[in-house]
Design a protein around this ligand. Structure first.
Ligand code: DMJ
Length: 479
C-alpha cells in the first residue's frame, strides 16, 4: 500500500476516456433504486481529466493573468495591470499531486521567470498569504525548487509590515512596494467604499489565518520573526474573546475593540478555528492546542444547533451566546473537517449529513441557507470546496463509502451545472442554474484537489501533511 508523502501519478491516465463515458451517461430521471457504489478509481481519473479541461481553458484564454472568465473567454486580474498569477500558483501543487508533470514543469518555469512582488499595489494580506505564500511553500516542499522558496521569502518580507499595529494584529492591506498598510477601504475601487471603515477594521479570519504559511516560512528560512508575528496576532485575538469564549465578526486592530459582535463559523471567522487546530498539528504548539480547545468548546456550546432536521451551526451574540440567526452555507461546510481533526468524528458525521442535505436541496449547494425554514438566503454557488473537503476528511477518518458516494454526487453536480466549453464557472443561482463568469483559482487549488484525493486517497498521506485553508499541503520541517 502506498503511504508516502508525495508521489508521481502514473496509473490512471489510460482509463480517462472510458470513465468519462461512464460519468456522463445520463441517469434515469426518476430512478427509485440507490445508485451503485462510487467507483473511486474511475472517478479519480475523471477528476483529473476535468482538471486538465479547466487548466487548458485558463492557458488558452488567460495565461499570464490571475484568473479565467470562462464565459467571456477573457482573463481577470485582481490588481489592475499587475497579475500575480493566482491560478497557476494555486494550481501548481494540484498538478504535482495528480502526476501532471509536463504541466507542472511548464508552470514552475513560468513562475520562476515571471513572478515578482516588486509592484506598487495594495494587496489583501490574507488572500496573498493563503494562495500565493501557501502555494509557493507547498510547491517548494514538493519540488525542492529553491526559486520558489526565495520568492516566498521575498513576499514574506514585503507583507511583514501588516503586523505593525498597536495590538500586533495585522492590517488588512499592505502595499507590496512601499510597505504602507491600510484597512478595508484600500480594497474598494475608488469612490465605491461600502462605508468608511476604520483603518484598523479586520476580522478573525484575516487576523488568525496566517500562522501555517508564515510559520512554515520561518522554519524553512530560520527567521523566527515569521513565526512570532502571526502567533502574537493569534494570541491577541484569542485574548479578546468574550466570556462565552466566542469571538465576534469584526475587530479593530488599532484599538483591539470589537466592531461586530456576531459570532458564527462562516466567512470572516471560519479559518480562525481551522488554524488553531492545525497550528498545534503542524508545529506541536501547545498554546495553539489550548486555544483551539477553548474556541471549539465555545462554538459547540453556543453556535451548534440541533434541530429536527439535523445538526447545524448558526449565529449568536458573542457576549450573551444568544442565537441571532439560523444561517448556514457553503463556507460553513468546512467545519466537519475541523471537527475530525479535533477528534470529534461523531459530531463531524452529523454535520456532514446536514452539509449534504444542503447540497442536495437544489442539486448543488447555495451560498447561504436558513436551516430553520430550509429556504435559500443567497442562491449563488462560487465553485467552493468546503463540502467536498469535509467528505474527504470523513472518508479518511471512517473509511465509510457513503462519503465516496457524496463526493461522486457533488462531482456530478459540478460537471452538470458548472462546466463550460472552456473551463468551470460559478452559478449566480443554484435554483435557476444560471451561470456567472468566473473561475476562482481555488477551484483548481482546492475543489478538484479534494475530489481527487477523496477518490485516490493514497496519492497523499493526509497524516503526513497539514493543508492550509487554500488546500496547499504543508509538511512539518524538521529542525
Ligand atoms: C478559499 O479561498 C479558502 O478556502 C478560504 O478559507 C475560504 N474561501 C475560499 C474557498 O471557498
Amino acid at each position: 500500500m502506498r503511504r508516502q508523502g508525495f508521489r508521481p501519478w502514473s496509473r490512471l491516465a489510460a482509463l480517462v476516456p472510458v470513465f468519462a463515458a461512464l460519468l456522463f451517461a445520463p441517469r434515469p430521471a426518476a430512478a427509485q433504486t440507490a445508485p451503485p457504489p462510487a467507483d473511486a478509481a474511475a472517478l479519480a481519473a475523471q477528476v483529473k481529466a476535468e482538471f486538465l479541461h479547466a487548466w487548458r481553458g485558463y492557458k488558452q484564454y488567460a495565461w499570464g493573468h490571475d484568473e479565467l472568465r470562462p464565459l467571456s473567454r477573457e482573463p481577470r486580474d485582481w490588481y489592475k495591470d499587475t497579475p500575480l498569477y493566482m491560478t497557476p500558483v494555486d494550481a501548481l501543487d494540484t498538478m504535482l499531486l495528480m502526476g501532471l508533470d509536463d504541466e507542472a514543469n511548464e508552470t514552475r518555469a513560468y513562475l520562476d521567470a515571471h513572478l515578482s512582488f516588486d509592484h506598487d499595489i495594495w494587496v489583501k494580506n490574507f488572500e496573498i498569504t493563503i494562495r500565493i505564500l501557501g502555494g509557493l511553500l507547498s510547491a517548494y516542499q514538493m519540488t525542492g525548487d529553491r526559486q520558489l522558496l526565495a520568492k516566498a521569502e521575498d513576499l514574506g518580507h514585503r507583507l511583514l509590515p501588516v503586523f505593525d499595529s498597536p495590538t500586533g494584529m495585522p492590517y488588512m492591506y499592505v502595499n507590496l512596494k512601499t510597505g504602507a498598510t491600510g484597512g478595508p477601504d484600500m480594497g474598494a475601487p475608488a469612490g465605491q467604499a461600502r462605508r468608511r471603515a476604520p483603518r484598523g477594521a479586520s476580522n478573525p479570519a484575516e487576523v488568525g489565518t496566517l500562522i501555517l504559511e508564515w510559520g512554515t516560512l520561518a522554519r524553512l528560512t530560520g527567521d523566527q520573526e515569521f513565526y512570532d508575528r502571526p502567533k502574537r496576532a493569534l494570541v491577541a485575538l484569542f485574548d479578546r474573546r468574550a466570556k462565552t469564549g466566542l469571538v465576534g465578526d469584526e475587530i479593530d486592530v488599532d484599538t483591539g475593540k470589537w466592531l461586530g459582535r456576531t459570532s458564527h463559523i462562516g466567512g470572516g471567522i471560519d479559518s480562525f478555528y481551522e488554524y488553531l487546530v492545525k497550528c498545534e498539528r503542524l508545529f506541536d504548539d501547545a498554546d495553539c492546542g489550548r486555544m483551539a480547545k477553548a474556541t471549539l468548546a465555545a462554538a459547540n456550546k453556543y453556535l451548534a444547533d440541533q434541530r429536527p432536521n439535523g445538526l447545524w451551526y448558526g449565529e449568536a451574540n458573542m457576549n450573551t451566546g444568544r442565537r441571532t440567526a439560523t444561517v448556514y452555507g457553503a463556507l460553513q461546510a468546512f467545519f466537519p473537517a475541523v471537527l475530525v481533526l479535533s477528534g470529534d468524528v461523531g459530531r463531524a458525521e452529523r454535520l456532514q449529513t446536514s452539509n449534504f442535505r444542503m447540497w442536495m436541496l437544489d442539486g448543488i449547494e447555495p451560498e447561504e441557507l436558513n436551516y430553520r425554514t430550509m429556504k435559500i438566503r443567497y442562491p449563488g454557488y462560487q465553485l467552493r470546496p468546503e463540502n467536498i473537503e469535509s467528505a474527504y476528511y470523513l472518508f479518511h477518518a471512517t473509511h465509510d463509502p457513503r462519503y465516496l458516494d457524496m463526493g461522486r454526487d457533488m462531482f456530478e453536480s459540478l460537471v452538470r451545472y458548472c462546466r463550460t466549453d472552456d473551463g468551470y464557472t460559478i452559478l449566480t443561482s443554484v435554483v435557476t442554474k444560471e451561470q456567472g463568469d468566473r473561475m476562482h483559482s481555488f477551484f483548481l487549488a482546492e475543489t478538484l484537489k479534494y475530489l481527487y484525493l477523496l477518490f485516490d486517497p493514497q496519492a497523499l498521506d493526509l497524516d503526513s501533511v497539514v493543508f492550509n485553508t487554500e488546500a496547499h499541503p504543508l509538511r512539518k520541517v524538521q529542525q
